[in-house]
Structure formats: C-alpha cells, structure tokens
Design a protein around this ligand. Structure first.
Ligand code: BG6
Length: 514
C-alpha cells in the first residue's frame, strides 16, 4: 500500500501495543482496521495486539467489546464467527497505569515472553490511542524502559492533536524526538490515508495533461470544503479545547492544500514527497495579526435541522459549556507565494452540522479571455471547474461548457465524471487500514514529519492568538443544516467569487433535472 522504496511486502512478526486499548479509537477504528487486514491476509503470520489501559477488564470482556466494534464500524462484510475467533485469540488485555514505570517493566517482560514463544524477535508498534494528556509521559516511560532504543524494531504512532499551538507542539515533538528517532515516529493525519486523497498525486503526476494548466495562468482560485453533518457527538470535552481550526484546518485541510499545490516530486521516496509538501507550507503567505478579521471566519452551530431531524445547538451538547466560544466552523483565505500560485487564492472552509456531509476540492479555471459567443448563447455559461470529490462520493468531475442540442448555439455546463465505484470493482480500504499497513512496512510517506506539524502551527498562530484575544459576540451564528455563517459567504464574495454547492457524482443528466 505504501508508496516508498522502503515498503516491505511481507511485514515481520509484529506486536501492536495500544495504549488506550479500552478506549474509543481502538474500538471504532484501530481494531476494525486490523481485522480487515487480517481478513485480507495482510497481517504478518505472527501478530499480537496488547491493549494497555487502566480500566479493570478481562481478555474476554475486551474481545467482546472489540467484536461489537468490528461489526458496527468494520468495512469487511460477510465474515464468520471463526474469522473473528482466529483474529481475537491474539488480542490480550494488559492492565496498567500509563504514568507508572511498573506498567512498562511488565510490558517489557511480556514482549520478551512473546519473542520466546515465537522463537523470533518481534517488531513493536506502540500506538498512542489515549487522551492527549498522556502523549508526553508514554514516550518518556518507553524510553526509560529501553523499549524505544532499537530503531529497526520499535515504532511509535501518535494521533493528533500534536500540541495545541506551536509551543506545545514543539515540546511534544522534543519529547518524542528525545526517545525515538524521527524515522520511528508516525504522526497520523488520517486524511492522508484516504484513497481519494492519495489519488491526488496519481492524478497530477501520472497524467501530463493537467500539469501545464495547473498554475496561476489558468487557475482562478481553489476552494477546499470539508463539511460534516455530525455535531461533536460524544467528544464535547475534547472539542471544547480544540475547535475547528485545530481539529481540522491545522492538519487535514492544510494537507489537502499541500497536495494540490506541491511541485512534482522527483521520486516517491517518503522524504521527497514530504519535502515538496513542506515547501508549500513554507510558501504560504504568513497571516498578519491585523488581517485575521478580514481573511478568516469562525462560527458555531445553533439548533437546526439535519435530514429532517431537529438537532441541538453546540452549547447544549454534552461536555460543552453553556456560553462556549469554541468555533465549530472555520474558513480562511490563503495565498501561496511562489511562481506557480502567486495571486491565486485558496479558500478553505470546514464545519460541523453543515448542510451535507461532503469533502471536495474545487479548482476553478479562469474565464475565457474574450467571449466571442453572443450573450444569448452564454446565458448559462460558467467557468470550467475540476472537482476532486473526496467523500462520501469518491471521484473526479470536470465541469466544462458544451453546446446544448438544438438549432441555436446555446452553451451550458456539463460534467465529465470519474467514479471509483464505477471504475473499480474493489472497494477502497479504510484510511486506517492503509496507515496501519504502512506503519508495519515502515513507510513514512503518509505521515506528518516534525517540520510539517510545526509549519502548520506557525502559520495558524496569529489566527489562534487574535481569536483568543477577541471573544465572538454573535455565537451561535449559524443554524445546524445551513452552510455556515453568512460572513463565510462574505469572505469569498468580497473577491467576486462564491462557494459552490457540493458536486454530486451521481447527479441525473441535465434533461432529467429540468
Ligand atoms: C477528525 C476530527 O480528525 O476528523 C473529527 O477530530 C472529525 O472532529 C473527523 O469528525 C472527520 O473525519 P472523516 O474521515 O469522517 O472526514
């Protein structure tokens, strides 16, 4: 699955040690993904999962809960009880306090026993699926216990938030780096594991067709939308301290921007790809404090309707304060100051409880330099757009002008569509399947390197500071089920542009719509 030269086709015997093994991420994402890999025979023959947590749990109770997670959230269908039984016998619960060195001594002993049983030295993948409060202590304790020492053998996987600002990210990276070498550290941004996101590189760099127009001469602007219908669900207490900018823009949306804007890589070596991406981050024009109000918009959802259901306001969610000023919506306008993109705005927006669950990148091309068609022909004319549909529809749509059938010349926009569902029979793997496989294969391409994380925080620092210093007095400022605050329309409308409605891959042909 990996893209780098370091990819190994047959992972070595491996032990996954999941800190927070009794928690939500393990239940919803990690174990369902590992189970899919097991069903596809992509796990090593010798594999074990040690779930470390502080709760009082037995192996049987843990396996029962994880079975339920695999059924509810797993991609794989039609598996049998025997499939689960064969997988689950390698899952074990280890009770332990993450702060206590004894937990790590016991772990080291357990890992030695596994090596003895297998007659091999297994590789160790330490996965931090814990609340962020433990992100600092676990790497230190692993280091003290000697479990981080062997570069080829030990890896650590960490989810965001990697800090909550530049300073805390630097401190956390220093702790990680003090115990593990950068090649052992896998910082997950799960968007990078999505097939449609990985396909951006294939689309751009396997087709010479698009490269000549992929620049300021032809592109008018780029709009990236990551819209969710869900609210904060059960994560209110985490989200209160994060908000949309930290939760989504600092990582997922900036990564999408980098993939669209980066220069062609010379090879698919992990660091070559990551260098090209970080070049983009360094080229993004710094946001001056005094510009923040003009170039960003924040919002918070009020009550409203989603798919015919009444839903409550953010301030009424569990774990959220009644006068919370945490933004659940963020929009930002950025420029990439280099030869390719000078003057082309990149508009980014993301929010919870928006009108539709959709993530897409819309690349709007410039208008024709001279409109030769008579006005009546161009009544419905729209500039061409290329839309990369990331989810839930997966594909790419090119929107361009065609002559409407009939005696007169009348133009109207039509679509050329590529749909994953129609083109490929095999369903796409879940992002976590791809990423876990890459961790086993030691391929860091799709993971965040230390400098990428810090560049993203340093870009957003002025926004976080200005927002923290001036409380919004209009929250909640958008209804659930809408497209966010009106000011987000203003952000793009001031430049004479608009956000477009989501592109539906399976839209009916024009005549059926009329
Ligand atoms: C996570 C955020 O990183 O991404 C969540 O913490 C968000 O708040 C989620 O809901 C969205 O991911 P996806 O894959 O559902 O688009």
């Amino acid at each position: 699955m990996g893209t780098g030269m370091t990819t190994k086709d047959h992972p070595e015997p491996t032990v996954f040690i999941i800190f927070g093994g009794g928690g939500d991420l393990t239940w919803r994402k990690l174990v369902p993904a590992l189970f899919s890999l097991h069903l596809e025979k992509s796990l090593p023959e010798q594999v074990a999962i040690l779930a470390v947590d502080a709760a009082e749990l037995t192996d049987a109770a843990l396996r029962h809960r994880l079975h339920d997670g695999a059924k509810q959230f797993g991609r794989a269908q039609g598996w049998k009880a025997a499939d689960w039984a064969a997988f689950a016998e390698d899952i074990h619960y280890c009770h332990g306090d993450f702060n206590n060195p004894k937990t790590y001594a016991a772990l080291a002993k357990r890992l030695e026993e596994i090596d003895r049983d297998w007659g091999k030295r297994a590789e160790h993948i330490f996965y931090l699926a814990t609340p962020p409060a433990f992100f600092g202590v676990i790497p230190d304790r692993l280091g003290e216990a000697g479990l981080a020492r062997e570069r080829e053998r030990a890896r650590i996987v960490i989810e965001k938030p990697i800090g909550r600002d530049l300073e805390s990210a630097r401190a956390l990276n220093a702790t990680l780096g003090g115990n593990f070498h950068e090649t052992q550290i896998f910082r997950i941004d799960h968007y990078l594991g999505k097939e449609t996101v990985r396909n951006i590189l294939a689309f751009r760099f396997a087709n010479p067709l698009f490269e000549p127009i992929w620049n300021r001469r032809y592109v008018d602007h780029v709009a990236i939308t990551v819209a969710e219908e869900v609210g904060v669900e059960h994560r209110g207490s985490y989200y209160e301290h994060a908000g949309a900018l930290r939760d989504m823009v600092q990582n997922h949306l900036l990564q999408l921007l980098c993939l669209v804007a980066m220069e062609p890589p010379v090879s698919f070596q992990p660091d070559e790809i990551r260098n090209r991406k970080v070049d983009v981050q360094h080229a993004i024009r710094p946001i001056r404090h005094e510009e923040v109000h003009e170039t960003t918009v924040r919002g918070q959802y009020g009550a409203g309707w989603i798919r015919g259901q009444r839903v409550r306001a953010y301030r009424e969610e569990v774990g959220v304060s009644h006068d919370s000023i945490t933004p659940t919506f963020a929009a930002i306008k950025l420029f990439v100051d280099n030869w390719r993109w000078q003057g082309v705005p990149f508009y980014l927006r993301t929010g919870k409880r928006l009108g539709r669950h959709v993530s897409e990148i819309s690349i709007r091309f410039r208008a024709v330099p001279h409109q030769a068609f008579p006005p009546e022909a161009t009544f419905n004319w729209q500039p061409a757009r290329l839309v990369i549909c990331i989810q839930p529809d997966e594909g790419i749509v090119l929107k361009f002008q065609a002559k409407q059938p009939g005696p007169k010349i009348r133009l109207r926009p039509v679509d050329m569509r590529f749909s994953y569902q129609e083109s490929f029979k095999a369903p796409s793997p879940d992002a976590y399947e791809t990423l876990l496989w890459d961790v086993m294969a030691r391929d860091t391409t799709l993971f965040m390197r230390v400098d990428q994380v810090e560049a993203a925080w340093s870009l957003l620092a002025p926004v976080l500071e200005v927002w923290a210093a001036s409380s919004p007095n209009d929250f909640p400022n958008y209804a659930s089920g809408s497209w966010g605050p009106e000011t987000a329309e203003g952000l793009i409308a001031r430049d004479g542009r608009t956000w477009t409605l989501p592109t539906l891959l399976h839209e009916p042909p024009i005549d059926e719509k009329m």
